[in-house]
Design a protein around this ligand. Structure first.
Ligand code: P6P
Length: 325
């Protein structure tokens, strides 16, 4: 079995990728290994429940949100290759090393509302090259296609690391010695699927094209799509995207009419963009229902976006319904 420590140097050399980027990835992975240990113990390590604080998103923070955020920030600030970082849990970016080459953006614990009921959660990360000039918020506001790396760690029945350095997608599983071991190379997202993931309780708030799309799926073989679909909703994006990477499907969090000033619930820079890079590297597709996710010009660190991602046939079908509406 190949460990990450064995795999990474070979992969960097094979694809002429900077060793400094490898170092930043290793720092993220080491921090996530630490987070995994805390998540796994739950109540036994006193990390469950509310932190009693809120974040820039207006969300109540779980203790583990804060713990995971602190672990990642501390680890990344120790790495001289990191010029700065941005976190879902931090109002503004955090400067690190002036001469650092990379920016790291992350959602330290996505799906944390599931923590106290023992449902899978995860860390999502995105790595960008730091542009020339003084570090500023604008340094982070780069299109998703500019990412140099993206990945997630899923704290589920297994703890699994999935990442891409834009030369394929790789899946590692954490072993008893707390080492990540390569367990799958280049998973491919099937182009077609019979499985969709959306929070149906919001149905009455969706815009017409999304209402039409989901109604067609629910009509199954009696409707225009001519096949029956199944539905999943874990309320943990990392778990949904990993399932889709493994067996196909389409994941959606659409804009709705409750607040049209908000394009969606999920965040572009550290949720939608990294997941979109992974899925497109694996033959899937990702959009905001109108344009390719990786082409969206960011205008804010915490900007939200509508999300449609997974099996290419379904993403393209949803895009067409929205583009012709
Ligand atoms: P809802 C978790 O809070 C999250 O950001 C994603 O991980 C997840 O897909 C979504 O929100 C769940 O949202 O409205 O179903 O609770």
């Amino acid at each position: 079995m190949t460990t990450l420590a064995q795999f990474l140097p070979q992969h960097l050399q094979q694809h002429n990728i900077a060793v400094e980027l490898g170092s930043v990835l290793e720092t993220v992975v080491a921090a996530c290994t630490d987070i995994s240990g805390k998540v796994r113990l739950g109540a036994l390590s006193g990390v469950l429940g509310m932190a009693g604080t809120g974040n820039v998103q207006g969300e109540d923070q779980k203790k583990l949100d804060v713990i995971a955020n602190d672990i990642l920030i501390h680890a990344l600030k120790e790495n001289t290759q990191v010029a700065g970082l941005a976190s879902e849990e931090e109002d503004t970016f955090v400067a690190a090393h002036t001469d650092g080459k990379y920016l790291v953006l992350f959602d330290p614990l996505d799906g944390s509302s599931n923590i106290d009921v023992n449902i899978s959660v995860g860390t999502i990360f995105s790595i960008l090259a730091k542009p020339q000039g003084e570090l500023a918020t604008e340094s982070f506001l780069q299109k998703g296609k500019n990412q140099v790396a993206a990945g997630y760690v899923l704290y589920g029945p297994q703890t699994q690391l999935v990442f891409t350095l834009k030369h394929g997608v790789f899946v590692f599983t954490l072993n008893e010695q707390n080492e990540f071991v390569l367990t799958q190379e280049n998973p491919q997202v099937p182009a077609a699927t019979k499985e969709f993931a959306i929070n149906m309780s919001n149905q009455r708030h969706w815009l017409a094209p999304m209402q039409q799309y989901i109604a067609e799926l629910l009509a199954g073989e009696t409707g225009v799509r001519g096949k029956n679909y199944n539905m999943r909703w874990v309320a943990s994006m990392v778990a949904e995207i990993h399932r889709i990477l493994m067996r196909g499907g389409v994941f959606m969090y659409p804009q709705d009419t409750r607040d049209l000033s908000k394009p969606g619930k999920l965040r572009l820079m550290y949720e939608a963009n990294p997941m979109s890079l992974i899925l497109t590297q694996a033959g899937g597709a990702a959009s905001n229902a109108l344009e390719a996710m990786l082409d969206i010009e960011p205008n804010g660190l915490h900007q939200r976006v509508a999300v449609v991602m997974g099996s290419a046939e379904e993403v393209e079908y949803v895009n067409k319904l929205h583009q012709t509406a």
